[in-house]
Unconditional design. Sequence first.
Lengths: 150, 150
Amino acid sequence: MTDQKTNTGADFSRTDPAALEDRIRSAALRPTRQRLALAELLFSNGNRHLTAEKLHSEVLHSGVKISLATIYNNLHQFTAAGLLREVVVDSSKSYFDTNVTPHHHFFHEDEGRLQDIESSELTVLGIPNLPAGTAISSIDVIVRLSKQSS
Amino acid sequence: MTDQKTNTGADFSRTDPAALEDRIRSAALRPTRQRLALAELLFSNGNRHLTAEKLHSEVLHSGVKISLATIYNNLHQFTAAGLLREVVVDSSKSYFDTNVTPHHHFFHEDEGRLQDIESSELTVLGIPNLPAGTAISSIDVIVRLSKQSS
DNA sequence: TTCCTTTTTAGAAACATTCTAATCTATTGA
DNA sequence: TCAATAGATTAGAATGTTTCTAAAAAGGAA
Ligand SMILES: [Mn+2]
Ligand SMILES: [Mn+2]
Ligand SMILES: [Zn+2]
Ligand SMILES: [Zn+2]
């Protein structure tokens, strides 16, 4: 299991504004006020797993007014640029993950919370031959956790 | 990988009406016209992976008129009774699986289609120690497949 | 600045799913 | 056989998440 602050590349835990701006520019996106506020929440606090609504409420609480449409636009643009990945664990809402390296998850069902399991720890053995004409896009392991029955 | 008709218990591929009725009764549910029509589609055609909408359109095409609310009611009742399990692979809709034994999946992303991988074939090694106070509810492995890049 | 493109936005729309509350049906046992 | 009752079905409204629309605002190149 990884530490909450571990990241593959540089440590963005205390990223200065200029670095965030570079990160956005390198994705061929303009560093708008809204995008900078989102990038700060997403990329300056270690690895995170967030829904659109959670990110929206965080950014509003931080004092920046952003519409929900902009949250979705940017989550998708960041995902397309490889700065985020989408994790499917719930059939009603999407989670976005700031850890874009291959890894797996614990999912705390009662809290709706994801927790990383590093690829170096967990191994999947015995994947059958792939159906003809297909290639692996990703391998997702979700270990669903419930509260221990007393 | 399992054959499409393989099932853990009896073979329900050509289940007679009386057996379907028993199956429903043993779940403490009444064998209504609607429930029997759904059970026939679900449990007399090998292992299946269906969305509510797909099941609805199949049952309508078979000539039985059932409301979508009833489809959902019954999918959830069958799931609660252990006759179905829900598989989360898409953040916008739910899939219901007639194979309730522990197993994993290929997911054909382009077609939105699930395919079983038997537990006897695929192994997950190295699950970290569980967070305190939690227990494993299930382990879901999804191997996402895209069309092979030519 | 000017011009062009990207971005943001409010609100409408779409979509899957659940809820409501009325009607209908299966079961039971008098 | 037939009430009585609990369970099941239904249409349509409501919900929650996500996407779309179209107009206004802002960024960036020159
Ligand atoms: Mn999406
Ligand atoms: Mn459900
Ligand atoms: Zn993660
Ligand atoms: Zn399956």
